[in-house]
Design a protein around this ligand. Structure first.
Ligand SMILES: [Zn+2]
Length: 326
């Protein structure tokens, strides 16, 4: 058996942002199949348009439609794409200066090998099948056959499709996700293995005698290494709590419900868990609760073996017993 446990963890949420009038104009253009940049006070055309002029700091107002074709000015090969990148097969990230623009745009170029990439090569936009007003409306760039084969119109100022005024893109949702492997310390691994046996195991500091659960390997207050294991009660006291009213991605329980710090009897630090079997507005500081375990055949090495905490019905704990744990 390995000395320590580890587990894959994914932290993710949908980041919703308003685009503002400038990036909104760019994204509205993508939805409508045109690439929109802006002319700065120095006369250069930048794609995507900057929200404020880099010299005068005035808001950007001079929008310019540029060509969907351009020239690679720099590139880097991606041999092993990862989740969330523009393509799921090897590709190049490239800086592409579109015809009519003076500054390059970063995007993917779909070619089979790095031998097909070169600085100075001509590429053109490959539009997504369905465009929604997002940078992914440009699925990627692809090699353009001939310079002359691609329309290279002069940039046109203020000549925007009517749709941009009628139904502009004002917001985008960007999923943010981080995958990592959580490696538990030897002491924490003992805690998780204890949970797989229906036990809650902490450790006592040899110097200050405080009991920490989950164990920390060393006492947070005096730094002493901890090794003495302490099996804790499955009952405890609610110290502080919050009522969760807001739905969020991955939520397993319908709000409102209570997430609370529970100070187990015999422990000197509270840990976070759910309080159920009681209306959210009746949970209170000092309330006595007990762990409700899932059926044993569902147990793993996880805190989720404890389904939640439930009121014991005993009288509330005296404030003095938990006032130092708030
Ligand atoms: Zn200590």
């Amino acid at each position: 058996m390995a000395r320590t446990l580890s587990a894959p963890v994914t932290v993710a949420f949908d980041y919703t942002r308003s685009t503002g009038p400038v990036l909104g104009r760019f994204l509205t253009g993508l939805r409508d199949g045109v690439v929109v940049g802006a002319r700065t006070s120095s006369g250069t055309v930048v794609v995507p348009p900057p929200e404020y002029d880099p010299v005068t700091h005035q808001q950007t107002t001079d929008f310019v439609e540029v060509s969907p074709a351009g020239t690679v000015t720099s590139w880097s090969w991606v041999p092993e794409p990862v989740k969330g990148q523009p393509l799921d097969r090897p590709f190049a990230f490239a800086l592409v200066t579109l015809d009519g623009a003076d500054a390059p745009l970063l995007h993917a170029v779909d070619v089979a090998s790095p031998e097909e990439m070169s600085t100075g090569m001509r590429v053109q936009v490959r539009w997504a099948d369905e465009r929604v007003g997002h940078i992914t409306d440009i699925a990627c760039f692809e090699p353009a056959a001939e310079r002359d084969a691609v329309a290279t119109e002069q940039p046109r100022s203020g000549d925007m499709p009517a749709d941009a005024d009628v139904d502009p893109v004002t917001g985008i949702i960007t999923p943010v996700e981080l995958d990592y492997v959580y490696a538990a310390s030897p002491e924490e691994s003992a805690f998780y293995r204890g949970l797989a046996e229906g036990r809650i195991v902490g450790q006592r500091c040899p110097a200050c005698h405080k009991v920490y659960v989950p164990p920390r390997s060393a006492c947070p207050s005096d730094g002493q290494p901890t090794s003495e294991e302490v099996e804790l009660s499955h009952e405890g006291t609610v110290t502080t709590f919050c009522v969760v009213n807001v739905p969020f991605m991955g939520q397993k329980i319908t709000p409102p419900y209570v997430s609370a710090y529970v100070l187990l009897d015999g422990a000197d630090i509270a840990f976070l868990h759910l309080i159920l079997d009681i209306p959210a507005d009746q949970v209170r500081m000092g309330m006595r609760v007990k762990a409700v375990w899932k059926p044993e055949d569902e147990w793993g090495t996880t805190i989720e073996n404890i389904s939640h905490f439930s009121p014991t019905g005993d009288p509330d704990a005296d404030y003095e017993t938990y006032k130092n744990h708030l």
